[in-house]
Design a protein around this ligand. Structure first.
Ligand code: GLC
Length: 437
């Protein structure tokens, strides 16, 4: 029965009310109903949804619980996404393109900011974060959350590419940790020849975002570059790029890396290294925690250092990392901001870092006593992180990365010569940048 039917059936005559009184009673009843419904709704907690790569959910759950305990009116629902960062990005992209995205919070890889901000999918947080709040973060992590001088993402953790080595095997063989690409090859071959380890060096060679992150480090180690963010010059058809590819190809040709390396992502390479099959590994800081876990056969046997480079060149370190933005489609901006600020703040970040070995985005955490008690190498990683290189912060990053991934993979798997592949990659990238408008 509708509200007006109810009023009609109600026998007002019995109440002996005159018309104006009936009208007032009707209004009071109506307002009462509206108020009660509003009150009931207001008691329901607000739910904020955020999509994440599935493996990142269990480590993040304790932070969610801590946040919900402090904010009983807000729930955070973590939605499982694929493992690869670019696939998660695709899901966010289609949700935003379809309109009315179900996500209030956007769990963002550092390389997504320009594209998402330029598309208008993220709230501008510039005026919501004070300069004191921002000053606690590493400047590069903040930079990775900016687009055209506005802030769109709060950094929850940083990341930087590093070289892991088998400290025990190097010591036994009387070898120093390698500094150059040639040292890495030579030490690998010596350890392989002596039977200490079946393979030398392992890296991420599959066609995905991880390939590009690994490659920019080798490229920098050869003094090369991908896209100069200031001039938008493309460096892919320069001789340094071909040298960098030739180095990676040589690792397989010379038997230092297994042929399957061109199909590996981070976790494949970590398992390979952790099962004692390789002497060196390029990966992110999280590997340290797992390699030194109680059940790991490498516990206490692993060293960590910046990536190798050509003599006279600088070691390349790719800046990765994750942060949180707020979707423009959310109906709960205030609650979302509260959550984003909480997840990127000191205590929650410290808990996440201690349990997972991620790099902090809050600078003081690199030397925080509790962090250093678990990770004595963190103070020395701060400098590597501060000198790390952002992948080009351009709005067309996803397309530029896709171009590089395709041609790089074609060159590494011998489907194209490195020269031809990089000529084409450079031309396509240039066209993409020229079309920028
Ligand atoms: C890590 C990094 C991220 C990078 C990804 C590539 O998650 O933090 O920035 O894009 O690896 O696989």
């Amino acid at each position: 029965m509708s509200y007006s039917q109810f009023l009609n059936r109600f026998n007002f005559k019995r109440l002996r009310l005159r018309s104006p009184q009936r009208l007032i009673l009707a209004i009071v009843c109506f307002l009462g109903t509206v108020f009660i419904s509003w009150y009931v709704m207001a008691q329901q907690p607000v739910t904020l949804r955020m999509l994440m790569p599935a493996p990142d959910i269990p480590p993040f759950q304790p932070l969610v619980e801590a946040f919900e305990e402090q904010n009983p009116g807000i729930r955070v629902e973590l939605v499982e996404g694929p493992n690869q960062t670019n696939l998660v990005e695709d899901l966010y992209t289609s949700a935003f393109l379809l309109g009315d995205s179900p996500y209030d919070l956007v769990n963002m890889d550092i390389v997504w900011t320009p594209k998402f901000a330029a598309a208008g999918w993220l709230m501008d947080l510039t005026d919501d974060v004070s300069s004191d709040e921002l000053a606690q973060y590493s400047p590069l992590d903040v930079e990775g959350g900016r687009y055209e001088d506005r802030l769109y993402r709060l950094p929850v953790r940083s990341d930087v590419g590093l070289l892991y080595y088998r400290k025990d095997l190097l010591e036994q063989a009387g070898l120093q940790p390698p500094e150059t690409f040639a040292d890495l090859m030579q030490a690998s071959k010596q350890l392989q020849d002596s039977g200490a380890v079946p393979w030398g060096y392992i890296w991420q060679g599959r066609q995905y975002e991880g390939l590009v992150a690994m490659f920019v480090e080798v490229l920098q180690g050869f003094n090369g570059f991908w896209v100069n963010p200031d001039t938008l010059e493309v460096g892919l058809d320069r001789p340094e790029t071909v040298e960098a590819i030739n180095f990676l190809k040589s690792t397989v040709q010379e038997g230092v890396s297994p042929p399957g390396v061109t199909t590996y992502q981070e976790e494949d390479t970590r398992r390979f290294f952790q099962s004692g099959q390789a002497a060196f590994l390029r990966s992110w800081p999280y590997v340290w925690t797992l390699a030194n876990a109680e059940d790991s056969e490498l516990r206490g046997k692993v060293g960590i250092q910046p990536m190798v480079h050509e003599p006279g060149a600088k070691a390349g370190a790719c800046l990765g990392g994750w942060g949180i933005g707020i979707s423009t489609s959310t109906a709960h901006r205030e609650e979302a901001l509260q959550a984003a600020k909480f997840f990127s703040s000191f205590e929650p970040q410290r808990d996440l870092i201690i349990s997972e070995g991620y790099l902090p985005s809050i600078q003081s955490l690199f030397t925080d006593p509790k962090v250093v008690a678990e990770y004595s190498h963190f103070p020395s990683l701060q400098e590597v992180a501060n000198n790390a290189v952002l992948r080009p912060p351009i709005a067309q990053y996803a397309q530029a990365s896709d171009i590089l991934q395709r041609y790089l993979s074609a060159a590494l798997t011998n489907r194209m010569s490195p020269e031809d592949a990089m000529q084409s990659a450079a031309a396509e990238t240039q066209r993409l940048l020229d079309a920028r408008g």
